[in-house]
Design a protein around this ligand. Structure first.
Ligand code: BV8
Ligand code: ZN
Length: 250
């Protein structure tokens, strides 16, 4: 097993409030492509170009089809050892909070109980005119964009697109968690999309120990106290084992 640096182990031993800030990279080992980074399949297809309201109005079927394609992949995928390790930490620390930019629901499926979703959830949809929610999977089973049963309006995925506000409650609860945490892990995110990327910065500014887990260095790395380079699905189970050992539960 990997040996971790001593200052990190000391912080783990004392920590009560732990936050995991996650991005697409944590789901890569579940077979869900990332947006950016070396393996990001959207390198040719910029998410900024499809994930915005104007693109949807201009060509709703195209944007809907992109989300249907991703839904099919997400439906067939399952939580990987990284999601499961985070859920396992709940038994070892007083508070474990997950703040995710992902829309794939894999943290909840892994058993994490406190999950704030900053960019929405691909399992939900709503009418752009009257806001009626459409959350049953059967509803989203066509490749053509569905119409609202009440008003005939276009139905869109409940996802935060570029230029749109983040869900206020989830964002402010995430800020609170960041402000009071002892240790913040930033896992599998390129840390370029704002305002989400402010969450680890806030934690660091208020004194938390900041750990980054990623295949490569990012814009966040120079600010992190500890950078662990490698796969989240290998590193986080190692961290879980270390915590179990520290707490005498190994
Ligand atoms: C807003 C939904 C206010 C779509 C997403 C110029 C400067 C600064 C900011 C801006 C700017 N111009 C515009 C902005 C604002 C903009 C922004 O931040 N743009 C950036 C790109 C420049 N932000 C917004 O528009 C936000 N709203 O600001 O509102 C406002 C209101 C009105 C008018 C104006 C402003 C809304 C942003 C929401 C975007 N929504 N997604 C969908 O999912 O379909 S973004 C998209 O990026 C993803 O969904 C994801 O949530 C997010 C972040 O990506 P990551 O998760 O970090 O993933 P990425 O692929 O980038 O990286 C993967 C990482 O994993 C890599 O580092 C890789 O190395 C690593 N990795 C891979 N495998 C592994 C691994 N690590 C470990 N283990 C592995 N196995
Ligand atoms: Zn409607």
């Amino acid at each position: 097993m990997e040996t971790f640096r001593r200052d990190f182990v000391e912080v783990l031993k004392e920590a009560e409030n732990v936050v995991f800030f996650t991005g697409a990279g944590i789901s890569a080992e579940s077979g869900i492509s990332t947006f950016r980074g070396t393996d990001g399949i959207w390198n040719k297809l910029k998410p900024e170009e499809l994930a915005n309201f104007d693109a949807f109005l201009k060509n709703p079927d195209r944007v809907w089809e992109w989300y249907q394609y991703r839904r099919h992949i997400i439906d067939r995928s399952k939580p990987n050892p990284a999601h499961l390790a985070i859920a396992g930490m709940q038994e070892l620390f007083r508070n474990v909070t997950v703040v995710t930019q992902n829309v794939d629901n894999l943290h909840r499926r892994a058993g994490s109980r406190t999950v704030y979703e900053l960019h929405g959830n691909i399992e939900r949809n709503y009418c752009i005119e009257c806001r009626t929610p459409y959350n049953s999977p059967e509803f989203a089973s066509d490749d053509k964009v569905p119409r609202c049963e009440n008003c005939g309006g276009l139905v869109r995925p409940d996802i935060v697109w570029f230029g749109e506000m983040l869900p206020e409650e989830d964002f402010s609860l995430s800020e609170e968690a960041a402000e009071k945490c002892d240790i913040m892990f930033s896992v599998g995110t390129s840390s370029v999309v704002y305002p989400a990327a402010r969450i680890p910065l806030l934690a660091k500014r208020l004194g938390a120990y900041l750990v980054e887990v990623n295949l490569e260095e990012t814009e966040l790395s120079p600010l992190a106290d500890y950078v662990l380079i490698g796969k989240a699905g290998e590193i986080l189970p190692g961290v879980l084992e270390e915590v179990k050992k520290l707490k005498g539960k190994g």
